[in-house]
Design a binder for this molecule. Structure first.
Ligand SMILES: [Fe+2]
Length: 413
């Protein structure tokens, strides 16, 4: 039988050239031998950027002290392991984050962070940053206005609610702050892939067409507001998964790419470009809704979109930890409103709200041929390694969630 891959690259091979370099680079292709007066910058994932200045001209590097607010937001402080396994729910969109991405849950396969409220000062670029160890996948839950993002590949514009933004490990970037937001950040240490299904393959755009990811455009620096667009030194925070933050001071601006070519690059992926499988005849497990998966399958992300549903999820025993974020109207139960994240650890069973199950059974009995349409959007992450729960997360916990099935069973008897 023909070899059928399980995992594919996230993105197609792409090339972008800045408008003012179109003529000069008409014959260019990535080769590691840049045209005169340009620097080649090769990222580990086989993508080459052409920069106006060498990306190595660091004037100074400093350790950010442990009492600095940035440090507080990035360093993990997991709870002890002496707690019993419990199913838990957290209103993560209500966490106080003070303009930074604070950790919510963290495992060896993925760390989930959140930023709520004013995303720094409106109209200003966030301090430039890059992650040394992890690919970064953002999900925009709420955004008062569309966001802009400058990367060392160029500019990404019109980031809106319901968008994913992917930044490969090592990408330097900065968001332009434009108002109130609620954004999740998933940090993934392994290569991120697109799942490939034997039956669907690339014949159908599942779970998204290779043409769907929107790449950054190299943009003249003059188009950027200060302080990124002038000739002053630029500071970049280098994050590490478990370790110190380093502040690099470059002699000149760093976002000066004039062209790039490669198969892994930052992108926007919109919910409208995702396709959810749905069947009137069989129950489809969440696995069939996987959109992103790490190369060792230690982390998988499913997106639940509005769809016809054959049956509610049955009670099931998890064999991986699950963290499900309710973006919009996920109908698990009345207490879990938009912006909640439920956490179901491996080794415990969970399932539908028993009250909801009874309601639906009554409805289906009256019109057995009508399938329920669920107008829900949720983002779930499965982690093979166990999640630690961070201290700040417990401050927004919905108490009594673990016992809610028991309480419902008592009410129904
Ligand atoms: Fe589950």
């Amino acid at each position: 039988m023909e070899y059928v891959p399980k995992l594919m690259n996230l993105t197609r091979t792409e090339r972008r050239i800045r408008s003012d370099y179109q003529t000069a680079l008409a014959d260019w292709h990535g080769s590691g031998r840049p045209p005169r007066d340009l620097s080649s910058y090769k990222l580990e994932f086989g993508t080459e950027l052409l920069m106006e200045r060498p990306p190595t001209a660091v004037v100074e590097s400093a350790t950010i002290p442990a009492d600095h607010p940035l440090f507080k937001a990035h360093v993990e402080r997991p709870m002890g392991e002496d707690r019993p396994l419990q199913r838990r729910a957290f209103h993560v969109a209500e966490m106080a984050t003070f303009g930074s991405f604070v950790p919510v849950l963290s495992s060896s396969d993925v760390t989930i962070r959140v930023c709520n409220g004013d995303f720094g000062e409106a109209g200003k670029w966030q301090p430039a940053a890059r992650h040394a160890d992890c690919h970064e996948l953002y999900f925009v839950h709420l955004a008062e206005h569309p966001l802009r993002l400058i990367t060392d590949f160029g500019l990404i514009e019109e980031i809106r609610e319901g968008d994913f933004v992917f930044l490969p490990r090592g990408t330097t970037y900065s968001f332009l702050l434009t108002g109130r937001v609620s954004i999740l950040l998933y940090e993934i240490p392994k290569r991120l892939c697109r799942p490939y299904d034997y039956w669907m393959g690339d014949q159908q755009p599942w779970p998204f067409s290779p043409a769907a990811p929107i790449p950054p455009e190299p943009t003249p620096l003059a188009a950027l507001h200060p302080p990124l667009g002038n000739d002053e030194a630029t500071q970049v925070v280098v994050k590490r998964r478990r370790g110190s933050l380093t502040l690099l001071t470059y002699a000149a601006p760093v976002f000066d790419a004039v062209a790039w070519e490669g198969e892994v690059w930052p992108f926007i992926l919109r919910l409208d470009d995702l396709v959810a499988l749905s069947s009137p005849h069989v129950h489809l497990d969440p696995k069939k809704l996987t959109v992103f998966v790490s190369e060792d399958e230690g982390m998988a992300m499913q997106v639940f979109l509005p769809r016809w549903i054959h049956s509610l999820p049955y009670h099931h025993l998890n064999w991986v930890d699950e963290a499900l974020f309710n973006h919009k109207a996920y109908g698990v139960r009345p207490e879990i409103t938009d912006g909640f994240m439920t956490f179901h650890p491996a080794g415990l069973a969970h399932g539908p709200d028993l009250r909801l199950l009874a309601d639906i059974a009554r409805e289906e009995a009256s019109r057995p041929k009508d399938l329920p349409f669920r107008d829900e959007i949720a983002v779930m992450v499965e982690s093979r390694s166990p999640f630690d729960i961070l201290k700040d997360t417990e401050k927004v916990e919905l108490k009594g969630y673990d016992q809610s099935w028991y309480r419902q069973s008592m009410e129904n008897t």
